[in-house]
Design a protein around this ligand. Structure first.
Ligand SMILES: *Cc1c(COP(=O)(O)O)cnc(C)c1O
Length: 407
């Protein structure tokens, strides 16, 4: 073994020792309630395909048409010659869905967060994030070079304290450009399924003259009268400077988006490096996402959403009866916190033996000692699927940690 590999092998051994080793599993079917993993068919409760759209003809047919008309690849970045009609149609559809002035599609949600945060903030600014935000927000916060401050999950008193500190710090700085503070949170937290306190966050950011960016990755298409997301449900969408979402979860396709004012979007086209220096999303993905946005706004989309919530209620009732403490809010993400990494792996293996596929989520996706089974529900599940899940889970004992203090 070369020294290059020797060192990597040592690091891998350390990862294994901590119960944190990860490996890929080959899935031999589309995203379905019953998914073929390696050579077995397992009941899948780990997908983010909440509305069962990823393999639906409602998306597949427009994707195929998109390929036939515009090709398999986009050929270049958007600013060179890859800004194809399906991208423009998609951005119009996103803006119409969210009610924002304008929208910009990125190749992934990860790229949306990193590119936008880095475009907006400089080294003398402050970025304030909830302790439990997703990795792409943390990476954007680190990469942008601004002063990074973290507040305890959904803890408004702590946030107020952090903002007072930021105000003092900012007013003590002199220079041509006034230092700014950006608060970034998810609306529905990806690993806990609880909600950000968006109304209070808006109130606080206005009091402090800060800005707010909200990642609706697990809420777009699912919440609000017009399926715009949790900000719509809480009536605060108009007061959020930067709204972000993904196209690969409830919307069943792939990609990410930012929406907001026309000025924000024009600025990102000029300054978001993950947008500028990346090949445009493939036409099939853009066409599928546009179809998904139209679908979630339709009556059929509403029926699909009702079906999802019926399954969520069914599984939550079953788990609460088994003694699990769950956030009181309704989301398609249900955390079963186990704690120790090795125990979570054992639980996941035991579930696989019972025909249920729920991978263990471990550090660094969640904090050390907070390993969990992250159950996700889909409108594609039947009532019988959920009953099978609940009985497969019942021999497990709920972990010591309560997933979230507040909702
Ligand atoms: C999945 C996810 C993303 C990343 O989106 P991709 O399109 O998968 O890159 C961003 N934010 C949150 C909260 C997510 O859960």
């Amino acid at each position: 073994m070369s020294e290059f590999e020797q060192e990597l092998a040592e690091r891998l051994a350390l990862i294994r020792e901590q119960g944190l080793y990860r490996e890929l599993r080959r899935v031999n079917s589309p995203q379905l309630a019953h998914t073929q993993v390696d050579s077995r068919t397992l009941l899948n409760f780990s997908s983010n395909d909440y509305l069962g759209l990823a393999n639906d003809p409602v998306l597949k047919e427009p994707a195929i048409k998109g390929i036939e008309r515009y090709g398999a690849g986009s050929g270049a970045s958007r600013l060179v010659c890859g800004s194809l009609a399906p991208h423009h149609d998609l951005e119009q559809a996103i803006a119409a869905l969210t009610g924002a002035e304008a929208a910009l599609a990125f190749s992934s949600g990860y790229a949306s967060a990193v590119g936008t945060i880095c475009a907006r903030l400089r080294a003398h600014d402050v970025i304030v994030i909830d302790k439990r935000v997703y990795a792409c927000i943390v990476d954007g916060a680190r990469l942008c070079g601004a002063e990074l401050l973290v507040f305890a999950h959904n803890d408004l008193d702590h946030l107020a304290k952090v903002l007072r500190w930021a105000d003092r710090r900012n007013s003590g700085l002199s220079g041509k450009r006034r230092p700014r503070t950006l608060i970034v949170t998810e609306s529905v937290f990806s690993m806990d399924g609880d909600f950000a306190l968006l109304r209070d966050l808006v109130e606080l950011k206005e009091k402090h003259g800060a800005w707010l960016m909200v990642d609706e990755a697990h809420a777009t298409g699912l919440y609000g009268e017009k399926r715009r997301g949790l900000a719509e449900e809480f009536g605060v969408a108009g007061q959020i400077e930067v709204q972000m979402g993904t196209l690969g979860k409830a919307l069943g396709s792939a990609g990410g988006y930012i929406c907001g004012s026309r000025t924000l979007i024009d600025y990102l086209v000029n300054r978001a490096r993950s947008f500028i220096f990346s090949t445009a999303p493939v036409p099939a993905a853009a066409a599928a996402a546009t179809a998904a946005i139209q679908f979630v706004q339709s009556e059929e989309g509403q029926a699909r959403r009702n079906q999802l919530w019926a399954r969520v209620d069914q599984v939550k009732n079953g788990l609460i009866a088994a003694g699990l403490v769950l956030p009181p809010v309704r989301s398609a993400i249900i955390p079963w916190v186990i704690g120790e990494e090795a125990k979570a792996l054992e639980a996941a293996a035991a579930l696989r033996d019972r025909g249920v596929f729920v991978p263990a989520i471990r550090y660094p996706t969640v904090a050390r000692g907070q390993a969990r089974l992250r159950l996700t529900l889909s409108a594609a599940h039947s009532a019988a699927d959920v009953s099978q899940l609940v009985s497969a889970l019942s021999p497990l004992k709920p972990g010591p940690e309560v997933p979230s203090r507040r909702a």
